[in-house]
Design a protein around this ligand. Structure first.
Ligand SMILES: [Zn+2]
Length: 281
């Protein structure tokens, strides 16, 4: 299964679709961390996870069609200059490997839903890692929301050290829009409470999640790479990637949110069960 859809009959959110934009294998510590430094497990890891989906989400709202994350670029598999050279490029290849079958390109997955990239009115990125910001090129005329703390990575001397391929982000003609978070650390996309962006830092400094509230269906929290498995998150187990203290604080806040809203479903970008979680009644 590479796609799943949950539709609603009332309220401004009409449908939420999960789509698969490539697949990834990562190292075990990238899923279930124990506090091991990233450089250490990158050098010593010998095993890979199973192939996991690279998920993105299309949300049909009465006022627009929102794309949350854009998946892995097929260019990453064919363009020899896609990754940095030297030691840094070697580190990228040690940490993750990808495949993007023809039916899992953004164009193909949108077409299967009856859309083209031109139908998307808003894009929001959970963070700027390659498998979330890989297919931005078509979005030259729509807002592409990124958290300010994530945009700040592009100002660093070597964004690649933070997993951001700055030579490709943003692509020509694409403007990244800083999310205007309120003092309450929220951005309500359509001012109706149905689609709310919130910072969930740790995996990367500006990682953010999208809370979807629907009139007659369970609320959803799209968390990007905050976790690979919501069950681990609920036990306070976070990946050995990024800032551990921030990740644990984000895990605590999400656990708090799920206990105050027991029907909330946490959908992670590389969790194969997110597809069934989305469609379960
Ligand atoms: Zn990531």
């Amino acid at each position: 299964m590479t796609r799943a859809t949950s539709t609603t009959t009332h309220g401004p959110v009409r449908a939420v679709h999960a789509i698969t934009l490539g697949e990834v294998q990562v190292r075990p510590k990238n899923i279930e961390g124990t506090g091991t430094p990233m450089l250490w497990w990158t050098l010593t890891a010998r095993t890979w996870s199973p192939w996991l989906p690279v998920l993105a989400f299309v949300i049909e709202h009465e006022r627009g069609t929102v794309l949350f994350d854009t998946g892995q670029s097929p260019d990453s598999l064919t363009d020899p200059g896609y990754y940095p050279g030297g030691m840094l490029g070697w580190v990228y290849r040690r940490q993750a490997r990808f495949r993007v079958p023809a039916e899992q390109t953004l164009t193909a997955q949108l077409a299967a839903l009856g859309f083209t990239a031109g139908d998307i009115t808003h894009v929001a990125l959970s963070h700027l890692h390659q498998d979330h910001a890989g297919n931005l090129a078509p979005f030259t005329n729509v807002p592409v929301y990124v958290a300010p703390a994530e945009l700040a990575l592009l100002e660093q001397k070597t964004p690649e050290l933070h997993g951001v391929l700055a030579a490709r982000i943003p692509p020509p003609g694409v403007t990244l829009t800083p999310v205007p978070f309120t003092d309450a650390d929220e951005f309500d996309l359509f001012d109706d409470g149905s689609l709310v962006l919130m910072p969930t830092p740790g995996h990367s400094p500006g990682s953010m999640s999208l809370l979807i509230r629907r009139a007659d269906a369970a609320p959803l929290l799209l968390v990007g790479d905050v976790t690979y498995d919501p069950e681990l998150l609920s036990r306070g187990i976070v990946p050995d990637v990024g800032d551990r203290a921030d990740q644990l604080e984000t895990a605590r806040r999400i656990t708090e949110l799920t206990s105050s809203e027991p029907t909330l479903r946490v959908l992670a970008a590389h969790d194969p069960s997110a597809l069934t979680l989305l469609t379960q009644p």
